[in-house]
Write a new protein. Structure first.
Length: 431
């Protein structure tokens, strides 16, 4: 394996130690989830082929939902899709009347990412790419750039806010040609949903509408069409922490948000949302609680019901709901190996733990956490990095004493027998 850059190494280690998902370097520690990723890759290909997609990714707290969503976004970027992502919270919802849906839209557009700007902030670049293409067409056709833009955006005017959307892009073009940075900034502000009053928008851009709570989803459909006109394959929207909708105490507010999910689901499954895909992350209670979860809304329960034939170990990854399977002990063994490798910056000579220490650590966790150590891996990963940090800063420390192992004996078959303190049993792991 090649040496890992200090920047990438620190980004992964510091994030995992804090219990959050790293923004970069996920490929360095990815294990398992092969079937799930293959299913989402098919969704990405469908979106790129003018289709649509909708998935609800369900997993326990700390099971790797956010990590999985980040991997899906990375795959989408490689397939020339544009991605948006945001976490829901009390101030960001899918449906609201107090500005929370507009706040969610603003956060999504702030995190708009393309292959050249994977960290976000790609909106201005996408608009400029579209304007540059229009300028080339205008030059070839002997017309003005603004006329070419209006021709390309003509079919968008039939959609909600579509006419004003075209006006804003034309205003950006005028600012681009005249060197008017304020006009360009105002156009981007409108596209990001940052105007709070129609009066301000009309004074700055001459448009009569703004992006508000009511137009949240319609604006996403507009944006999906626009990025395709700009030369991208489509738009993927990743929303995490949907359990915050489950936590809403007001029944009407909760049901209004579930109605918005139903609308998105219907559009996606019927194929009317062209080039647009949604991946939503939530916990089992958010889905299955018949009093407050998605299953409390009858129309959603019927659409999201599990395949009754997928039982006795059988799986179905084609439905709208995808449950993240627990990592197997084998997957976890490989994950801890990768973490040890990343911590050492890819230098085998700098490994802080020998090979037998990894199954010993897994046994240590199994005795204290039970099957939760690989079912919800966040706590175990943090503990493993904490162990490496202690060993790094205390060169004389003995890893066996730290995790309570009294003896490690490898037999001729390569199996390590681990004797744990205060335990008469022995656990065997094939190394």
């Amino acid at each position: 394996m090649s040496t890992i850059r200090a920047k990438d190494r620190d980004a992964v280690i510091q994030s995992l130690r804090a219990g959050v998902v790293p923004r970069t370097g996920q490929h360095l520690i990815q294990v398992g989830r092969v079937k799930e990723l293959e299913a989402l890759m098919k969704d990405v290909e469908r979106i790129a082929d003018s289709g649509s997609g909708f998935r609800v990714v369900i997993g326990e707290y700390g099971s790797g939902k956010t990590f999985f969503l980040n991997l899906v976004r990375a795959i989408a970027l490689e397939k020339k899709l544009v991605t948006m992502h945001a976490d829901l919270n009390p101030d960001r919802r899918l449906h609201a009347t107090g500005g929370q849906a507009r706040s969610l839209y603003a956060e999504l557009t702030k995190n708009l990412a393309s292959r050249t700007k994977p960290e976000g902030g790609a909106l201005a670049g996408i608009v400029e790419k579209f304007v540059a293409q229009a300028k080339s067409e205008a030059k070839a056709g002997g017309i003005t750039t603004e006329a070419a833009i209006r021709q390309r955006l003509d079919h968008l005017t039939e959609m909600v806010n579509g006419y004003d959307f075209a006006e804003v892009i034309a205003a950006y073009c005028r600012g681009f040609e005249e060197g008017n940075e304020q006009l360009k900034a105002d156009a981007i502000r409108w596209l990001r949903g940052e105007f709070t009053t129609k009066t301000d928008a009309r004074a700055a851009l001459g448009v009569r509408t703004i992006i508000d709570d009511a137009s949240f989803y319609d604006q996403l459909k507009l944006l999906a069409r626009f990025v395709r006109l700009a030369g991208y394959s489509g738009l993927m929207v990743c929303l995490d922490e949907l359990v915050n909708l489950y936590k809403l105490s007001n029944t009407q507010a909760r049901n209004s948000n579930y109605e918005q999910i139903l609308r998105i689901l219907n559009d996606s499954l019927q194929g009317s949302a062209e080039g647009l895909g949604f991946v939503l992350g939530g916990t089992p209670e958010f889905l299955m609680d018949t009093r407050r979860g998605l299953y409390s809304y009858a129309a959603l329960q019927s659409r999201l019901a599990e395949n009754t034939f997928a039982k006795a170990g059988m799986v179905d990854y084609s439905g709208p709901v995808m449950r993240l399977a627990s990592l197997t002990p084998e997957d976890f063994f490989v994950l801890l190996q990768k973490l040890r490798h990343v911590y050492a910056s890819g230098e085998v000579a700098q490994y802080l733990l020998p090979e037998p220490a990894i199954p010993a650590f897994m046994e240590h966790c199994a005795k204290r956490l039970g099957d939760a150590y690989f079912r919800t891996p966040r706590t175990t990963i943090t503990a493993f990095i904490n162990l490496l940090a202690v060993l790094e800063q205390n060169p004389g420390a003995d890893w066996k004493a730290l995790i309570g192992v009294t003896e490690v004996v490898a037999d001729s078959g390569g199996t390590a027998d681990l004797a744990l303190e205060n335990d008469d049993e022995f656990a065997s792991f094939q190394l």
